[in-house]
Design a protein around this ligand. Structure first.
Ligand SMILES: NC(=O)c1ccc[n+]([C@@H]2O[C@H](COP(=O)([O-])OP(=O)(O)OC[C@H]3O[C@@H](n4cnc5c(N)ncnc54)[C@H](OP(=O)(O)O)[C@@H]3O)[C@@H](O)[C@H]2O)c1
Length: 413
């Protein structure tokens, strides 16, 4: 996909960008359409690197399932990709996104698991934010009948990651305690729900205070992200906790390890602290890296502590563990059927609203997952507002006449 985009000049992309709203209705849902709408990242950086454009329809390859996309998941990781804040990022232009839900449009030969019109969700290695996605069959999962497309796009990445960290890496058992950062976020809420499936698990959640009223019932103890977590937790549990789930990295690594009980497990699974503004900060990157480098393995051995790392996307797309992940998905779908878990959807956004949606994450206000709803029309622009906000730093200059510099009203689910 990146290759196709590479042939476009910036000017051509912008022209398509301007016409895409008008042309939207012409892009039929029929399988014989030659083009589709997609979001592309034209280069690493701020929100203005995102464009909605038209691209050639992907062609079904051997071993793939072609999906007419209904909803795409927008993850914190997508912000990091946009900034170029990840290891070995692919070269832009690229279509971002790692998860979709939708309806099977066609299936490659010799694939028996799926049929045309099946409702499915899929994890993909980029290219998710488009009207049509071709995914290798190993990364496609059937949706339960009563699951909505937005729920499905909010399900795979967060719940599989949360499940594997809690039950496979850290071996969560009855009576244990878990510390989770960004507890109001998509993974945070999945962790809280999965912990509630085990008796007597104490969850220490950390989140911005503005979210506390909404998420208080999902965890046992809730702290503001600016509080001294080590002190606060030790007041309640002097011995510390059994499991620390750290998606922040940097100085949190040392703090998390200091809170671990003997035989406790610390898992690093994200580096949200590296995002300090709209564009990548080399200072934050270096600071986080330096602070983590200081962890001493000999101390781990002396203190009987386990330190682990977890990356679901690497597990799937680098380490080839797709059948293992499928078995985890089966367990999660059983929990969903038993109504023990249900993805929390924060808000739905049209593809055209991707910048505002990302801004919502930068602003730390989401509770649960943001969804790009492919069939949603953009909400009206508010003429006098701008997308500038406090924590995401300065907006870069937009091309003249670009409506995207005005704010849209989000549709809150
Ligand atoms: N390793 C894996 O397999 C895997 C899979 C999925 C996600 N992840 C990681 O898990 C973390 C959570 O992911 P998610 O998709 O569920 O996102 P999310 O938690 O919904 O992300 C938004 C929230 O993150 C918190 N946050 C922390 N640092 C921030 C920053 N610098 N800028 C803005 N918000 C910040 C904010 O909540 P508060 O202000 O309340 O803290 C914000 O509302 C991310 O680090 C992500 O990369 C890892």
């Amino acid at each position: 996909m990146a290759k196709e985009g590479a042939h476009m000049t910036e000017e051509t992309e912008f022209m398509i960008d301007k016409n895409v709203g008008k042309e939207r209705d012409k892009v039929e849902s029929s399988s014989d359409a030659k083009e589709m709408r997609a979001i592309i990242l034209t280069g690493f950086g701020g929100l203005n690197k995102l464009r909605i454009t038209k691209k050639a329809m992907p062609e079904l390859q051997e071993g793939e399932v072609k999906i007419r996309v209904k909803a795409c998941g927008l993850n914190f990781l997508d912000l990091m990709v946009r900034q170029g804040n990840i290891d070995n990022p692919p070269k832009p232009p690229l279509v971002p996104g790692f998860e979709v839900s939708g309806i099977v449009e066609s299936v490659a030969e010799n694939i028996a698991e799926f049929e045309v019109r099946d409702r499915v969700m899929a994890l993909v290695n980029y290219n998710a934010w488009a009207e049509v996605v071709c995914a290798p069959v190993d990364f496609v999962y059937k949706m339960p009948d009563d699951m909505t497309f937005s729920e499905a796009a909010a399900f795979s990445l967060n719940f599989v990651a949360a499940y594997m960290m809690l039950f496979e890496v850290a071996n969560l058992q009855e009576g244990m305690s878990v510390l989770v950062h960004s507890a109001g976020g998509a993974v945070g809420q999945a962790v809280a729900q999965l912990c509630s499936t085990v008796p007597n698990v104490t969850v220490f959640g950390v989140a911005s205070s503005s979210k506390h009223a909404a998420i208080r019932d999902s965890v046992t103890h809730l702290f503001d992200r600016n509080a001294d977590i080590v002190q606060e937790i030790k007041k309640i549990s002097p011995e510390g906790v059994d499991i620390v789930l750290d998606s922040l990295c940097g100085e949190n690594t040392g703090k998390g390890l200091s809170l671990l009980r003997p035989l406790g497990t610390y898992i690093l699974y994200g580096a949200s602290n590296m995002v300090t503004g709209e564009t990548k900060s080399f200072f934050s990157f270096a600071k986080s890296w330096w602070q983590v480098e200081k962890v001493n393995p000999i101390k781990l051995y002396e203190e009987n502590k386990v330190m682990a790392g977890f990356s679901l996307l690497n597990l799937l797309f680098k380490h080839g563990k797709c059948s293992h992940v499928k078995s985890v998905m089966d367990k999660l779908l059983r929990l969903y059927d038993q109504k023990k878990i249900r993805p929390v959807v924060d808000s739905l956004w049209a593809l055209e609203e991707v910048k505002e949606a990302m801004q919502r994450i930068h602003d730390r206000v989401n509770i649960g997952k943001l969804i790009l709803d492919v069939e949603k029309s953009p909400t009206p622009l508010m003429a006098n507002d701008s997308t500038e906000t406090s924590e995401a730093g300065e907006e870069e200059e937009e091309p003249e006449g670009d409506n995207d510099s005005k704010e849209r009203m989000p549709f809150i689910h």
